[in-house]
Design a protein around this ligand. Structure first.
Ligand SMILES: [Fe+2]
Length: 229
């Protein structure tokens, strides 16, 4: 049976100390049949230079398979340029043998565990960023991606084990208003509707984006911790 670990934004080499052996010692017992999920802002498909290559190779050398959803701080054009493959029931971009981008609106069944994934988020600092260099309009899902998410969830009766997103449902953002200090948008509204209108069932919902470690019932904001599912 595969083991699944999950953590928040890694931002290329900036925030990956938390997945070193000091803070994530369990990785010594893992194999490539076990997984580390990163809840967006992976940041290793970014400048398409040697830094990306070095970081991806470094993940490749770890004793686990790396799965990531996209956040806002990704080079979305570069991710979109990878060929789409099917993997455990959902669409992926394979960045290298064991570094896999889980695409938006997918449901995967990995060793009997179902994951719904919905990457993307709105950058709050986009006015300070340059389009195509440090900011991409594709940070937010397209109409087709929302539709695909709904169709895949409907096919699974809105019943999964884990929901993996970069940003949080609006209801949670308002609960943690003083902590998250973000405005609702189309994507956070969509995630809220999954709960309030469609009654999505899940054991745990994990997201990143706000650079905090915070638990709100079954919804968990991840940053500097690695949790085993
Ligand atoms: Fe981030």
């Amino acid at each position: 049976m595969a083991r699944f670990f999950i953590t928040g934004d890694t931002h290329g080499e900036l925030d990956r100390k938390k997945i070193g052996t000091r803070y994530f010692p369990e990785q010594k017992e893992l194999t490539k049949n076990d997984y580390l999920l990163i809840t967006g802002d992976f940041g290793c498909v970014w400048s398409l230079d040697n830094t990306d290559k070095y970081l991806i190779k470094e993940y490749e050398q770890r004793r686990f398979t790396t799965l990531f959803i996209d956040g806002n701080h990704e080079n979305h054009d570069a991710l979109d340029a990878y060929p789409v493959e099917m993997w455990n029931g959902g669409k992926i971009h394979r960045i290298s043998d064991t570094v896999i981008h889980l695409m938006r609106g997918q449901v995967y069944n990995v060793d009997g565990v179902k994951f719904f994934t919905m990457g993307g988020a709105e950058s709050t600092d986009k006015q300070y960023r340059r389009e195509g260099k440090t900011w991409w309009a594709r940070e937010m899902p397209s109409a087709e991606e929302y539709e695909e998410a709904m169709a895949n969830l409907a096919a699974n009766d809105f019943d999964v084990d884990y929901v993996i997103t970069h940003c949080a449902p609006e209801a949670v953002i308002s609960m943690a208003d003083n902590v998250f200090a973000r405005r609702p948008n189309e994507l956070t509204d969509f995630l809220t509707r999954l709960i309030t209108i469609y009654g999505i069932r899940y054991k745990g919902w994990y997201h990143g984006h706000y650079h905090k470690d915070l638990d709100m019932g079954k919804i968990h904001c991840l940053y500097n911790r690695v949790i085993e599912l």
